[in-house]
Design a protein around this ligand. Structure first.
Ligand SMILES: Cc1cc2nc3c(=O)[nH]c(=O)nc-3n(C[C@H](O)[C@H](O)[C@H](O)COP(=O)(O)O)c2cc1C
Length: 503
């Protein structure tokens, strides 16, 4: 099977690294006037308005991000809860005016590289209160659903996952897709990493809001790509399904599926036709083709634990009583950090609450990524580099010293990682992931790291701090944390600190 020819991933991953101290393609210019329309537009699709109630359901952010809710005792879904799940995952939470040609920009619930919003969300559901069974597209601009097909099509999704039990019993299923050109117009072939970074930050929100509403969910990354593309009517060279998230439970088996032959409404996914063959090649190489492929692919792995020395216990957890919805609405990537310190208790809370794990078809409740930290300014913690020993909820000191310059340098020589109190890097043993999961392990590795990053965003804002995702020079991150990080690849970076107050 092509999926296990893992040279394809190494070729893509190594070929899209920012070479040390330089951008992958220094000469590429993206002009803001070319910013693509940041959502898909359906022509003539019947629409369903989404009611929007932003009132908190009463769960604190830090509880919501740290609780895995995947029991069979799930809240019954209705249009109101679906609407909240979609809004707090990817709805428009603020508008900011910029000088022309950009003008007013809608910002969303989760962070996204370049604010290009290339991740779309679809819903495949049974009859639920307020909504007929069907296949729908979420339109965040108008807070409504575009109807793509009417009828109960869950059976097709279930069979594409080789009858995955959570998918089979779900009353609604979210499908996250990536519109390549909407992000590659700026980031070129690196886009395929961004697909999973930006889907991961959205899914952190989705998991938090579903857990707050006691809706069971599970991340599904193993499915027949083409079959899902067909249900949604996608041209998968342009827009590819990347993650499935079944929601809720029902006792009724999905009825026999209606035909997929009927024409569906036309849509424009991207204003531009831009192809980077590296992206399509990488995506194709990680596709699963049959139910047998999916079944034999699916297994859960656990993180390898390492012996640690120089262990420093973390501080105590601070649990601010801020409701999740409030945190999501106020979140936004920090554009300037003050050089002030955060406390060890704050750092401890962010680390422990963001890494309580996930329910996924590739990991049994535990995240797979390793966490490395540069502490620039943390009261109660010596400046230096650290490894987070999750199983002991402690830090292992790797090196002492003032590493602000290194922190800025690793984060693409930007001020943000220099000024931040901490820079937190997610790294992973990619070779091991690929041996376990084939090329599809690349999707899993990027996604797993990004979900932790997304949770860290929420934890930081709940604590009244600021945070921003950042890009990095790949190999010098590994070098900086080696020998501890030897043979690991950098997947995600988030900088956290105090926001500079406007003067
Ligand atoms: C994975 C990731 C990487 C990012 N990299 C950078 C970066 O290198 N520099 C930067 O200034 N912002 C970076 N950002 C922040 C985005 O520009 C920001 O999320 C986007 O403009 C949307 O704004 P918001 O997060 O305030 O909603 C990154 C965000 C993510 C999720």
């Amino acid at each position: 099977m092509k999926n296990y020819d893992i040279e394809a991933t190494w070729h893509y991953h190594n070929g899209t690294k920012h070479p040390n101290g330089m951008l992958l393609n220094r000469f590429h210019v993206f002009h803001p006037s070319h910013r693509p329309t940041p959502y898909k537009i359906y022509k003539n699709a019947p629409q369903v308005s989404l009611p929007l109630d932003k009132n908190p359901v009463g769960t604190f952010t830090l509880d919501a991000i740290s609780t895995i809710y995947n029991t069979s005792n799930s809240t019954i879904l209705d249009l109101g809860t679906i609407s909240k799940v979609l809004y707090f995952s990817s709805g428009i939470t603020k508008k900011i005016k910029f000088p022309e040609p950009l003008g007013e920009v809608d910002f969303r619930a989760a962070s996204c590289t370049g604010a290009l919003y290339h991740i779309e969300i679809y819903l495949v559901c049974s009859n639920i209160s307020g909504l007929d069974a069907g296949v729908y597209h979420f339109d965040p601009k108008h807070m409504r659903l575009d109807t793509i097909r009417l009828g109960d099509f869950r059976g097709y999704v279930t069979s594409s996952t080789a009858d995955e039990p959570f998918v089979r019993q779900a009353s609604a299923i979210l499908i996250f897709t990536d519109v390549f050109a909407r992000n590659s117009i700026k980031y070129q072939s690196r886009e395929y990493r961004h697909a999973f970074w930006d889907c991961g930050t959205i899914i952190s929100n989705t998991l938090a809001i579903t857990s707050a509403h006691k809706i069971s969910s599970k991340i599904i990354t193993g499915f027949i790509d083409l079959q899902i593309g067909k249900i949604l009517g996608l041209d998968i060279r342009e827009e590819a399904p990347i993650v499935i998230l079944p929601l809720g439970t029902t006792n009724h088996d999905a009825p026999a599926c209606p035909s997929l032959q009927e024409a569906i409404p036309e849509a424009i996914a991207s204003d531009y036709e831009i192809e980077y063959p590296e992206i399509n090649t990488m995506h194709d190489a990680s596709c699963l083709l049959t139910e047998t492929d999916v079944e034999s692919w699916r297994h859960e792995i656990t993180r390898e634990q390492k012996d640690s020395t120089n262990i420093i216990p973390l501080g105590k957890n601070v649990i601010p009583k801020e409701p999740l919805e409030q945190t999501i609405i106020k979140r936004g990537s920090t554009r300037k950090f003050s050089l002030e310190s955060i406390t060890l208790d704050e750092l401890s809370t962010i680390l422990s609450q963001s890494t309580k794990g996930i329910s996924a078809d590739f990991a049994n409740s535990e995240s797979l990524s390793d966490i490395y930290i540069i502490a620039n300014a943390v009261d109660g913690l010596e400046s230096g580099s650290y490894y987070y020993v999750k199983e002991k909820n402690s830090l292992e000191q790797l090196r002492k010293g003032n590493f602000r310059n290194a922190s800025g340098n690793l984060g693409l020589d930007q001020d943000l990682p220099y000024d931040a109190s901490v820079a937190i890097f997610m790294l992973i043993d990619l070779d091991k992931m690929l041996k376990q999961f084939g090329n599809r392990g690349y999707r899993v590795a990027q996604l797993d790291s990004a979900i932790i990053g997304g949770k860290m965003y929420l934890a930081s804002y709940a604590l009244g701090l600021g945070a921003t995702g950042l890009t990095f020079y790949d190999d010098i991150v590994t070098n900086f944390f080696s020998p501890h990080a030897e043979n690991k690849e950098a997947m995600f970076l988030i900088a956290i600190g105090k926001k500079e107050k406007p003067t």
